[in-house]
Design a protein around this ligand. Structure first.
Ligand SMILES: C[S@@+](CC[C@H](N)C(=O)[O-])C[C@H]1O[C@@H](n2cnc3c(N)ncnc32)[C@H](O)[C@@H]1O
Length: 312
C-alpha cells in the first residue's frame, strides 16, 4: 500500500479527513467520486480504504491542483481517473466512463490552501497579486473584470449577497472612486480605508469571499451538482459535503432537508398535493465540525461543516 505523505509536507491539509472516510465507508469493489480533488488528500484515503479494487473519479477545475493530485495518486494506477472539469458535469463524466452508479461522492467546497498561497492566483488579500480568483485559467471573467466594470449597485449587490457584508454599499462606492484597481493589495487597502478595522476579521475578508464566489459562480454550481449527485448514487450510497461558509452550508442543508421528506407541501396545507417522495436520509442532522486538535493543527478547519446524506 502506498504511504500517505506527512501532513507537514502537503501543500493542502485535508479537513475532516477521518470523518469523511468514516462517512463514505469506502469498500472494494466500489465506485467513488471526488468532485473537488484539490491535492488529492481525501481521494487518497478513499482509494486506500477501497483497495484492492475500488475506483475513483477525481475532478477539479484547477490544472495546478490536478498536477499535484496526479503525482500523489499515481501509485493507485488505473484505479483512479483524473479529469480537469467542473463537478457540475458529474453526470456526463460518469456516463462517458460507463460508471452507471457510484457508492460515494465527496465535495470539499471552496478554495484550497495552495490556491490561497499562490499570490499570482489573486485569492489572498494578504499577498500582492493580480485580481484574478479564477479556479480555472479557462474561465473568462476575473475579479478585476467585476471590480473595474460593474456598475456600483451591482457590485454592492455581489458584496452583500455573497459576502453577507453589512457595509457593501460603502465598499462599492469606495471601489468605484478608486478604480481601475489591478492588484489584491490595492483592493484590500481601498476596503480598509472605507470601513476601518474589525477586530480579528480583516476588513477585506467578506468582500474577497464575495468576489471569489461570483467569479466562480460557486453557489450556482452547488445548486447544479446536488440533484446530479443524488441521482447517480446507488441505493445506500453516500454524499458527503464540506462547506466553509453559511451560504454554502444553507444550500446543502435545505436541499438535504427537502429531499429527505415525503411531502414538501406548506405546513398549513391539510392534505398533501405535492406527491414528493423522500430520496435520501440525512445521516447527521447537525453538521460535523473539526475538534480542537485539528483546528490547532489547521486553523482553516475551524469553519468547516460536514453534512452527509444516504440515498434510499
Ligand atoms: C478545498 S479544495 C479540495 C481539497 C481536497 N479535498 C484535498 O483533500 O486535497 C477545493 C477544490 O475544489 C476545486 N473546485 C472548486 N469549484 C469546483 C468545481 N465547480 N468543479 C471542480 N472543482 C472545483 C478547487 O479548484 C479546489 O482545488
Amino acid at each position: 500500500m502506498p504511504a500517505q505523505p506527512s501532513a507537514e509536507s502537503l501543500p493542502h491539509r485535508s479537513v475532516l479527513y477521518q470523518p469523511i472516510i468514516h462517512a463514505l465507508r469506502p469498500c472494494s469493489p466500489g465506485y467513488y467520486v471526488d468532485g473537488t480533488l484539490g491535492a488529492g488528500g481525501h481521494a487518497w484515503g478513499i482509494l486506500q480504504a477501497s483497495a484492492p479494487e475500488g475506483r475513483l473519479l477525481g475532478l477539479d477545475l484547477d490544472p495546478h491542483a490536478l498536477e499535484i493530485a496526479r503525482q500523489r495518486l499515481s501509485s493507485f494506477a488505473e484505479r483512479v481517473v483524473i479529469r480537469q472539469a467542473s463537478y457540475t458535469t458529474l453526470k456526463a463524466q460518469l456516463k462517458e466512463l460507463g460508471w452507471p452508479a457510484v457508492q460515494g461522492i465527496i465535495l470539499d467546497l471552496g478554495v484550497s490552501s495552495m490556491q490561497l498561497d499562490q499570490a499570482e492566483r489573486g485569492f489572498s488579500f494578504q499577498q500582492e497579486g493580480p485580481l484574478d480568483m479564477r479556479f480555472s485559467p479557462e474561465q473568462k471573467t476575473t475579479a478585476a473584470d467585476l471590480v473595474n466594470r460593474l456598475p456600483e449597485a451591482q457590485l454592492a449587490d455581489i458584496i452583500w449577497r455573497y459576502g453577507e457584508e453589512q457595509l457593501s454599499r460603502r465598499i462599492a462606492k469606495a471601489i468605484l472612486l478608486a478604480r481601475p484597481l489591478q492588484t489584491t493589495l490595492q483592493l484590500a487597502e481601498v476596503i480598509r480605508k472605507a470601513v476601518g478595522g474589525r477586530g480579528r476579521l480583516h476588513p477585506a475578508t467578506l468582500t474577497f469571499q464575495a468576489l471569489r464566489i461570483a467569479v466562480n459562480t460557486e453557489l450556482q454550481s452547488i445548486e447544479m451538482v446536488l440533484p446530479q449527485a443524488m441521482e447517480v448514487l446507488t441505493s445506500g450510497g453516500r454524499l458527503a459535503i464540506i462547506s466553509f461558509h453559511s451560504l454554502e452550508d444553507r444550500l446543502v442543508k435545505q436541499t438535504f432537508r427537502r429531499e429527505s421528506r415525503d411531502c414538501i407541501c406548506p405546513p398549513e396545507q391539510p392534505v398533501c398535493t405535492c406527491g414528493h417522495k423522500a430520496s435520501i436520509v440525512e445521516i447527521n442532522r447537525h453538521p460535523i465540525t473539526a475538534g480542537e486538535a485539528e483546528i490547532q493543527e489547521n486553523p482553516r478547519a475551524r469553519s468547516a461543516r460536514l453534512r452527509v446524506a444516504e440515498k434510499l
